[in-house]
Every structure is written in structure tokens, then in C-alpha cells.
Design a protein around this ligand. Structure first.
Ligand code: XIL
Length: 405
């Protein structure tokens, strides 16, 4: 088998590394000799291949002369999807349906990923903006696309912060009225996608360690008390008993030396541990993993956090990964910043995939042509593909991490 290039669909044979002054067949040759090998040998081949490619890239990085869209380990697996499947992992991207309209977008998604998260389409404000108004158009588009391409779907999210919850939900109500309203919402949304949505982010970003009880003040907390999280999980489970149910949060990825991250990850750990001991149907935790290249957790600390969550019997996924590299914060040439980004993607993912119970990696988008980072923090290039859907060094970092022993 010759591995296909995710860029051109052409065979590895036709590719060369675009390192200025260094045109190498190393990757091509390694790619070719992988055919017909045992899985073990192939894995070793992958590692060697990745190492060779990394060495060549390093030469480029030192001289500052490589063209960063270079294919490196491309001959090692046909796609991220293929690489992830060798480990039994899901690999995904957040998607808004507008993203499917652009040329190249649908092809890239279908080839590279086996998991889609509804970026905004299932959020309360999008799907149920007024008491009698539902809009499933965007959500249906994503679910249909996933089904056509044998991808699983994560529904994101059912309960979020007050800023992201429509005003009508926050209207004055008794606890019982609120509970009934929530239940109706969940039955309608989860019921519609029963059997089609594989996993749900049931509650998103509930932790706020500045509060005495460690929970963010929201209308859900106000109306139902601290038990709202457990109640929501029960309601979703009742609406679709086969779906995997996740608690999802940010800046809680790691058992870290940064007090902020450590306090938050400890609070999430305590929260899910308590839910489990109370018999709540929770199956996993999502670590958002929105990282800044100038301040990010140590991979070993992230792995330790994954391990302790998995030891509770939970599945763990990286749920929204992106890595900011804006020149405003990170010094260096573009090539250097992209190399740092590659390394971060690689090191974090390589550490996580080795942990038992780790089941999925989702990126918050896939092309730098569109990322929430630009609208939230200003222009950046936080994802795996450039705006022309060409794999960036970060892509190869992820590929290597997926293929390493
Ligand atoms: C973001 C979307 O990507 C944006 O399009 C939207 O304007 C705001 O929400 N953490 C989450 C996601 O859990 O739902 C957020 O998504 C990004 C941060």
C-alpha cells in the first residue's frame, strides 16, 4: 500500500520535502517500505519516518528556510482519521454548517476526521431561541453530513453559562416550573437525535473556583441548586440511554504548577467524583484544551490529570483543542512559531493517547480560515490546516503523536 497525500491525493512517491536546499526522498522511501509489514514493524517505521521528517524540518527551522506547508510524515498514514483508527481513537473537529459551503472543506473533514462536534448548532440560543421556537436546520445538516461519512457526533452543549443562555430561560419561575421547562428542552433536543448523537456535553463550564462552592453562578444553579448538574445528566440519560454523557470544562486540563489550572482541575475532579458516587449517569470528562503557546500546561501534568479521571472509571477526551501563536505574544518568525505550535500539539496529544480511558481528540475547527479565536482574541492561526486546507506543521505533530508507540 502506498500512502496517499492528504494534500493532493497523489501517492507519496510524487512528493518531496520543500526544505530549501534539501530535497529529500527519505519520507517517500520510508513510506514505500512500510507496505506489507506487520503492525509492530509498521509502527516502528512510522516512528523512524516521523523522526526523519522532524530532523529535516529542524534543519529548516534552524536555517529558517523551510516552507511550512511541507508534507513531512505524510507517507506514514493516509489521514489523521486513519492514524487515529489504528489506536481505536475518535478524532474530531467542531463544525458549523457554513463551514461545509467552502470548496475543499467537506472533503477535508470527511477524510481527516471520524467525529464532529456541533460548534454552535445545538446550543440553547441556536436551537431553542424562544419558548415556542425551535431551529434544527444547522444541527440536522451536521448530523446528516456525519452520517453520510461514517462519523460520530458529539452534541454540544445542553447547559452553559448565563451569557450564552437565552433571556427567556432566565425569566422568573418556580423551581418546579424551571425543572419542567428544562426537561422539555432536553426531551425535545436529545429525543430528536436519539441514536444519531453518540455523545453529549451535558454541562459545560460549570466550575468557577472564585465562588465559595466552586460553581459558576447561573440561572440553573439559582433555580435548582447545586443538584442541577446531576438532574441534567439524569434527564439526558432518560431521553437517550445509549448516549455517552460528558462534563466539559476549560482550564482544568492539568494537575499543574499553575495554581489557577490546578485549582480548577481539582474542582472538576471532585465534581465528577461526587456525581459518580451519587450514581449519576456520567461517562466522561472533556478537557477543552484551548492553549496559548506562551503559557500551556506540561504534557506530563495533563497526562496525570487524564489518568486520575480515568481511574474513576470515566472516559476522557480533549474536546476543543487549539493553540494560539499570535506574534503579539509569541516572539519569532512565522516558521518558528509554527514549529512551537507543532511541538505543543504533538507533546500534549502524545502524552494523552498513551493513557487508558483516553478516547477522543477534537479540535475547535480545522482550518485557520475560520476559528473562534479570531473573533474572540484577534487574528491568529490556531488550527491544523491553513486557510487553503493544507496541513500545517501542527498537523504532522498530531499525526506523529497518533502513530507513536
Ligand atoms: C464558541 C464558538 O466557537 C463561537 O462561534 C461562539 O461565538 C462562541 O462559542 N468553549 C466552548 C465552546 O465550550 O462552545 C466555545 O465555542 C468556545 C469556548
Amino acid at each position: 500500500m502506498l500512502c496517499e497525500s492528504p494534500i493532493s491525493g497523489g501517492h507519496a512517491r510524487s512528493k518531496s520535502l520543500h526544505v530549501s536546499g534539501v530535497t529529500s526522498n527519505t519520507v517517500t522511501e520510508l513510506g514505500r517500505v512500510t507496505s506489507g509489514m506487520s503492525k509492530m514493524t509498521r509502527r516502528r517505521g512510522f516512528v523512524k519516518c516521523a523522526a526523519a521528517a522532524a530532523a529535516i524540518l529542524a534543519v529548516g527551522a534552524i536555517t529558517g528556510r523551510y516552507i511550512w506547508t511541507s508534507p513531512t510524515a505524510s507517507s506514514c498514514a493516509a489521514s489523521l482519521r486513519a492514524a487515529a483508527e489504528t489506536r481505536g481513537l475518535l478524532i474530531g473537529a467542531a463544525l458549523s454548517p457554513e463551514g461545509l459551503r467552502y470548496w475543499g472543506s467537506a472533503d477535508t473533514l470527511a477524510r481527516e476526521f471520524n467525529f464532529l462536534t456541533t460548534e454552535n448548532a445545538m446550543k440553547w440560543y441556536a436551537v431553542h431561541p424562544a419558548p415556542q421556537q425551535w431551529d434544527f436546520h444547522a444541527a440536522d445538516t451536521i448530523v446528516e453530513f456525519a452520517s453520510e461519512h461514517q462519523m460520530k457526533v458529539k452534541g454540544h452543549n445542553i447547559i452553559w453559562t448565563d451569557e450564552r443562555t437565552p433571556e427567556w430561560v432566565k425569566a422568573e419561575r418556580t423551581s418546579e416550573e424551571f425543572r419542567q421547562m428544562l426537561q422539555k428542552h432536553i426531551q425535545t433536543l436529545v429525543g430528536r437525535y436519539k441514536g444519531k448523537v453518540y455523545a453529549w456535553d451535558v454541562v459545560n463550564e460549570a466550575v468557577d473556583t472564585r465562588e465559595a462552592n466552586g460553581l459558576r453562578k447561573t440561572v440553573f444553579l439559582k433555580r435548582l441548586g447545586e443538584g442541577y448538574i446531576a438532574e441534567a445528566f439524569h434527564m439526558v440519560h432518560e431521553a437517550d440511554p445509549d448516549a455517552l454523557l460528558f462534563y466539559n470544562d476549560s482550564d482544568a486540563e492539568s494537575v499543574d504548577s499553575s495554581a489557577y489550572r490546578k485549582t480548577r482541575s481539582d474542582r472538576v475532579y471532585e465534581l465528577v467524583k461526587k456525581l459518580l458516587s451519587d450514581g449519576v449517569p456520567i461517562h466522561g470528562v472533556g478537557l477543552q484544551m484551548h492553549l496559548d503557546a506562551w503559557d500551556y500546561p506540561r504534557p506530563a501534568d495533563v497526562a496525570a490529570n487524564v489518568r486520575r479521571l480515568a481511574q474513576l472509571g470515566l472516559k476522557v477526551n480533549i474536546s476543543e483543542m487549539d493553540v494560539r501563536i499570535t506574534e503579539k505574544e509569541l516572539p519569532g518568525t512565522l516558521a518558528e512559531r509554527l514549529e512551537i505550535q507543532r511541538r505543543i500539539y504533538h507533546d500534549i496529544i502524545a502524552a494523552c493517547v498513551k493513557e487508558k480511558g483516553f478516547m477522543a481528540i477534537t479540535f475547535w475547527g480545522f482550518t485557520d480560515a475560520y476559528s473562534w479565536i479570531d473573533e474572540r482574541f484577534g487574528p491568529d492561526d490556531p488550527l491544523l490546516f491553513d486557510e487553503y486546507y493544507k496541513p500545517k506543521p501542527a498537523y504532522w505533530g498530531v499525526m506523529d503523536a497518533l502513530l507513536e508507540e
